[in-house]
Design a protein around this ligand. Structure first.
Ligand code: SF4
Length: 697
């Protein structure tokens, strides 16, 4: 019996990007665990990924290429050879490309966060083909855009510093479920006397464990930040020296914030004036005492119409009180731009054919429902004729799901899906290609929650005939006749190209060394903006942004009401009076893990959390089957009556595979394709619904 331990990285869409150790005995993986030496992972994996062995050897793994033999959506396939699969795909793509390659669309996101199995060889292929480009907006672009208008880059407080903070505002997230290792630092801070405040319309597991919970109305976070600015300025809880040296536009901000009295803020956010006063004073006074006041900003705030502005406003707060002076102060939305990634080298946009008659066309992944149903037009360009899906499950995760399904059900659409399992999207594929999991391939990872580069080495041989994404696109490139040398790069060569070793943040980067040692930390200052140096055009934290003005946006912090709320859409609210949000279930990560039986069993069935007053008004009791519906669709779920959601809000924890839900639907039946103020992102938490009891038949 031979046993060895292989260094790996968790590939999932989670800011923690854990360093893992995989035990392999006689060629079979037997255990995954967190690397105890990795400072962020600290030997701990979340419940989901602790089940990675169960997921890897799941009886439902796709092991062979298949072609469709039933109707689209029916999920009937028969096994074919790789040769037949690749020939079929290449022939069809060649035929479409001979008319207009922009009729071909890649559709991918963060099914793996790996830089090798993500977009490297895949994007080389699509760039060389001249396919439509995909605007990858589905998760984070609204908040990222807004955050960067204020502070210049997706950089922020080092997660390892939060344990030293005296106050932490956990804004728009439930880290127990989706940022566990940050939560471990926050708990350590709490043990040492820090105050934790959760700002979230829903009393999540995290909110339950914080000393304060501010349950504002969904989509009003931008207003709360403005109200805090008002009080900080009114009460002179300001770091004047920091403001004078390292910020731009304070006088204009003062005028704007003056409009956001605590009373107006309270009415907009649906919370008491006293809570806003308490929050602002706690924040300002902590900083005025020279103590670290930190914000962990999560992407929950930005899934609404004004989501970009919400992140922008919140990102202005640390500069007002000088919180950046302390390594454990400031704010973190994402650490993603701490890394000097060599995206152009990996994806090679220069391979794109320059054809003035066919300028590049970009499709927004968040409006795939509408775009799959569009005909050719001068404005849109060619009708989409082929979609190649990898690292994503759009039939379950894209908004306005009924339209997405109608689009994928088009008989004339050629759909290829690279996957581990027969997801809702696979059911619509013409050709299915089995992809390797993280234990079966090489990769390299950046993080958006910490500052380490992490290597992933293959622990086991690919199961069945599964192949890495890179290998699939290499072979497709060969079938298409693409002879460029870059299509011969091996996965190790791709990993070696991932980061710029000349950049000061990664000057010690060497792939072979990282692979051997498992991980390396970037070379970043402990307090990145203690002395300004913001990567904005002015080099300052921009309360006033010329860039925003040029983009047609309000150059100052502002508030944009949701598309759908009782206050902003009173007519719609007559029919659909309840706000709905659909944050992640603790045991699911987007749709990954829903088919892992032990995790799904823990979650049971789809639930809808509803406040007792809203339930009573509808004759709904705990455990009743209910129907949530609006102008776009409906969803059946088991009612859970509690005061965890604020009154007027229902919460459908997500994202269920449709076919694993009793009614064959999930929360995205109810979400819309309307986009955010910045970043062209979806508005998943900007939804009104009505709820009624389903009478037992
Ligand atoms: S999902 Fe997140 S917390 Fe869980 S193992 Fe992966 S990176 Fe770590």
């Amino acid at each position: 019996m031979t046993t060895r331990v292989v260094r790996a990285a968790c590939p999932h869409d989670c800011p923690d990007t854990c360093a893992m150790l995989v035990t392999v005995t006689d060629g079979r993986a037997t255990e995954v665990r967190g690397d105890p030496d990795h400072p962020n992972t600290a030997g701990v994996l979340c419940t989901k990924v602790s089940r990675y062995i169960e997921r890897t050897y799941h009886a439902g793994r796709l092991l062979y290429p298949m072609k469709r033999v039933g109707r689209k959506g029916e999920g009937k396939f028969e096994r074919i050879s790789w040769d037949e699969a690749l020939t079929t795909i290449a022939d069809r793509l060649k035929s479409i490309a001979s008319q207009d390659p922009r009729a071909i669309l890649p559709y991918s996101y963060a099914g793996t966060m790996g830089m090798v199995q993500g977009e490297s060889m895949a994007m080389r292929f699509f760039n060389r083909l001249g396919a439509s480009r995909l605007d990858r907006t589905i998760c984070s672009t609204a908040g990222g855009t807004g955050y960067k208008y204020s502070i210049g880059a997706k950089i922020g407080t080092d997660t390892e510093q939060y344990q030293h903070a005296r106050l932490i505002l956990i804004w728009g997230g439930n880290p127990i479920g989706s940022n566990l290792h940050f939560w471990m630092k926050a708990q350590e801070a709490k043990r040492q006397g820090a105050i934790l405040v959760a700002i979230d319309p829903y009393r999540s597991l995290t909110a339950e464990k914080c000393q304060h919970h501010i349950a504002l109305l969904p989509g009003t976070d931008a207003a709360l930040a403005l109200g805090m600015m008002h009080i900080l300025i009114r009460d002179q809880l300001l770091d004047h020296n920091y403001i004078a040296r390292y910020t731009l536009g304070f006088d204009q901000l003062k005028d704007r914030a003056a409009q956001w009295t605590p009373e107006r803020t309270a009415e907009t956010c649906g919370i008491p004036v006293e809570q806003i006063e308490m929050l602002a004073r706690l924040y300002g006074e902590t900083a005025m005492c020279g103590e670290p006041a930190a914000i962990r900003l999560s992407y929950g705030v930005q899934r609404v119409r004004g989501g970009g502005m919400a992140a922008r406003n919140i990102a202005c707060l640390p500069a007002l009180v000088g919180a950046w002076r302390h390594p454990a102060g400031g704010v973190l939305l994402s650490s993603g731009e701490s890394y000097p990634k060599q995206i152009d080298q990996l994806e090679r946009p220069d391979l794109c054919p320059a054809d003035p008659a066919r300028p590049p066309r970009t499709i927004n992944m968040s409006t795939i429902g509408d775009d799959l149903l569009r005909d050719s037009s001068a404005e849109f360009g060619p009708k989409l004729e082929a979609v190649i899906v990898y690292n994503s499950n759009p039939v379950a995760v894209a908004p306005d799901s009924a339209k997405v399904e109608r689009g994928f059900a088009r008989e004339d659409l050629f759909t290829v899906v690279l996957e581990h399992f027969q997801t809702d999207t696979v059911d619509y594929a013409d050709i299915v290609l089995p992809a390797t999991t993280q234990l079966e391939h090489t990769d390299i990872h950046a993080s958006y929650g910490h500052q380490y580069i992490i290597a992933n080495s293959p622990a086991i041989a690919p199961l069945g005939e599964a192949r890495p994404n890179t290998e699939i696109f290499r072979q497709l490139a060969a079938r298409m006749g693409f002879s460029d040398a870059c299509f011969s790069d091996a996965d190790d060569e791709l990993a070696a190209q991932a980061f710029d070793a000349k950049h000061p943040h990664a000057r010690h980067f060497d792939w072979d060394r990282v692979k051997a040692e498992g991980w390396m930390k970037l070379d970043m200052p402990a307090a990145p903006f203690a002395q300004g140096g913001f990567p904005t055009p002015s080099g300052k934290c921009e309360f006033y942004s010329e860039q925003m003005l040029r983009a047609g946006l309000d150059p100052l912090p502002a508030y944009t009401p949701p598309y759908e709320s009782v206050a902003s859409a009173p007519e719609l609210a007559k029919d659909y009076p309840l706000a709905m949000i659909s944050p992640p279930q603790r045991n699911f990560l987007n749709t990954t893990f829903v088919n892992v039986q032990s995790l799904r069993a823990t979650e049971g069935e789809p639930h809808l959390d509803i406040h007792p007053d809203d339930a009573a008004a509808r004759g709904i009791s705990d455990g009743d089957l209910v129907r949530a519906f609006n102008q776009r669709g409906e969803l059946h779920a088991r009612a859970r009556v509690s005061d965890a959601p604020r009154k007027g809000l229902v919460v459908g924890l997500s994202i269920w595979w449709k076919k694993l839900a009793p009614d064959g639907r999930n929360a995205n039946e109810l979400t819309s394709q309307r986009l955010t103020d910045m970043g062209r992102a979806p508005t998943f938490y900007d939804v009104l619904v009505q709820v009624e009891k389903i009478q037992p038949s």
